[in-house]
Ligand binder design. Structure first.
Ligand code: ATP
Ligand code: MG
Length: 383
C-alpha cells in the first residue's frame, strides 16, 4: 500500500482572483522546504501530495512542511484507487477498537456513493470486522478519514496535524526586520512571516562597547529564524559613534529615544535603497520606557513614508515567550550578552518624549553625517 503525506492549505486565505498565484507560491515554498529529501511532490486539486520518500525521513519531512506558512494541516495517508470495492476492502482490514467514526469527504462528485452513505456503509464494515469497536460520532477515539479526490485516488488517514496556517511567504523580501539579541524581535519576524511577509534582517551593535559574542548570538538567532522568515541578507550597523555623541552632548534621559530614532532613520534609508517596503520591530506596548505611545510617535516620525509594523504590540511577555520557545529562539535569546540599547543606559529614561525636544537634542550633533558614516561602514552578510 502506497503511503503519502497529504498537505492541505488554508483555503479561506487563498480565495479570490489571486488564488492561482498563491497556490503557485505555496507549491514553490513546499518544494524549497523539502529540497534536501528524495521525494515526489504533486499538486492535486486543493491538496499537495508528497510521495516516494524514504520512511526514515517521514517525520523530518512533516517537520519541514509545518514551517511552511499557508499550509493548514498535514496527514500521513494510504492511497487507493477511488473504487467502492478497493475502499471497502481496505476498511475490512482496519484494526479498530473502542469508539470510532468514519468521516468521508467526496470531492470527486462523480464517485457513485454520497459521503454520508459511504461513511455509514464503511462504519458497518469496520463494526463487522472489529468486535471491540463501537460508533460514537461525537467524541470518537479514532476517526477514519476517507478523502475521495478528483484525481481518481482516495486518501485514508486517522490523524490531522494542524500547522500555522497563514499566507505563503512572498516571492520578494519586502520587509526589514530589526533584530536585536532579545526575545521579542525574532518572534515579531515570525509573526509577520506567518502573514506572508518575507524579510531581511538589520541588526545594530555598538562594537567595541558590545562584544563579538553578542554579535555571534544575533547571527545564530538570524540563522534559526531563516527558514521561517525567508531572509537572505543580514545587515549589521554599528551605532557606537552615534551613541558616544548622544552621551557627550545630549540630554541623558533622551539617550534611548535618540538611539531609537537613529535606528529607524538608518532602517528607512536602507529600505529606500534596497526596496524594502516596511520595517518590523518587536515592540510591545508598555513593556519598557521606549514602548509607550508617546515614544512610538517620536520614533515613527523618523520613518517618513515607510510603515513600521509591530506585530507584538498587544502581546504579553508570556505570550511572546511561548512563541519564542516554539520557534526555538528562546534559549539563545536569554544568553546574557549586552545589546547596544544597554550601553550608555540613562538612569531615568523619558517615558513621554516630545518630538520637538528630540529634534532639538539632535541639532547638538552632526546627526546626518554620523548616520551616513554608520551606513558607509555597514556589514552585509549572506545568511
Ligand atoms: P527585544 O527582546 O526584541 O530585544 P526589547 O524588549 O528588548 O525587545 P527594545 O530594546 O526596546 O525592546 O527594542 C524594541 C525593538 O527595537 C526590538 O524588538 C527590535 O525590533 C528593535 N531593536 C532593539 N535593539 C535593536 C538592535 N540592537 N538591533 C536591531 N533592532 C533592535
Ligand atoms: Mg532589546
Amino acid at each position: 500500500m502506497e503511503q503519502v503525506i497529504l498537505i492541505r492549505f488554508s483555503e479561506i486565505h487563498l480565495k479570490g482572483k489571486n488564488k492561482g498565484y498563491f497556490l503557485k507560491l505555496l507549491y514553490t515554498n513546499i518544494k524549497t522546504a523539502l529540497k534536501e529529501f528524495n521525494k515526489v511532490i504533486t499538486p492535486i486539486q486543493n491538496r499537495v501530495v508528497v510521495s516516494d520518500y524514504s520512511l526514515d525521513d517521514e517525520q523530518q519531512i512533516i517537520d519541514e512542511i509545518k514551517k511552511v506558512f499557508g499550509v493548514y494541516s498535514v496527514s500521513v495517508a494510504s492511497v487507493l484507487p477511488s473504487s467502492v470495492d478497493d475502499i471497502t476492502n481496505f476498511c475490512k482490514n482496519l484494526e479498530v477498537s473502542g469508539s470510532f467514526k468514519v468521516d468521508c469527504n467526496r470531492a470527486d462528485k462523480t464517485f457513485p456513493i454520497k459521503s454520508n452513505d459511504m461513511a455509514k456503509m464503511l462504519g458497518g464494515v469496520i463494526l463487522d470486522n472489529n468486535p471491540n469497536a463501537y460508533v460514537d460520532v461525537h467524541k470518537p477515539e479514532t476517526v477514519v478519514y476517507i478523502d475521495i479526490r478528483e484525481n481518481g485516488k482516495t486518501y485514508i488517514f486517522d490523524r490531522i496535524i494542524y500547522t500555522y496556517g497563514g499566507m505563503p511567504l512572498g516571492e520578494y523580501r519586502d520587509g526589514l526586520l530589526l533584530l536585536s539579541g532579545g526575545i521579542d524581535s525574532p518572534v515579531a519576524g515570525f509573526q509577520m512571516a506567518k502573514r506572508g511577509l518575507r524579510q531581511d534582517i538589520l541588526h545594530f551593535d555598538s562594537y567595541p562597547y558590545t562584544s563579538p559574542q553578542a554579535r555571534e548570538k544575533v547571527i545564530s538567532i538570524a540563522k534559526q529564524i531563516k527558514t521561517y522568515i525567508g531572509c537572505k541578507y543580514m545587515y549589521i550597523v554599528s551605532m557606537s559613534k552615534l551613541q558616544e555623541e548622544f552621551h557627550l552632548h545630549c540630554k541623558e534621559e533622551y539617550a534611548i529615544t535618540l538611539l531609537r530614532r537613529a535606528m529607524i532613520k538608518v532602517a528607512t534609508i536602507l529600505c529606500e535603497k534596497h526596496n524594502y517596503k516596511t520595517i518590523i520591530t518587536g515592540e510591545s506596548l508598555g513593556q519598557v520606557a521606549s514602548q509607550t505611545v508617546e515614544s512610538i510617535t517620536v520614533t515613527n516620525s523618523m520613518a517618513g513614508n515607510i510603515p513600521i509594523l509591530r506585530p507584538l504590540i498587544s502581546f504579553n511577555k508570556d505570550e511572546i515567550i511561548k512563541v519564542a520557545q516554539e520557534i526555538d529562539t528562546y534559549e539563545t535569546s536569554i544568553l546574557p550578552y549586552e545589546d547596544c540599547c544597554t550601553v550608555f543606559l540613562p538612569q531615568n529614561p523619558v517615558i513621554k518624549p516630545k518630538i520637538a525636544i528630540a529634534e532639538h537634542e539632535e541639532t547638538r550633533i552632526p546627526l546626518a553625517d554620523l548616520i551616513a558614516q554608520a551606513i558607509e561602514n555597514i556589514i552585509v552578510m549572506e545568511l
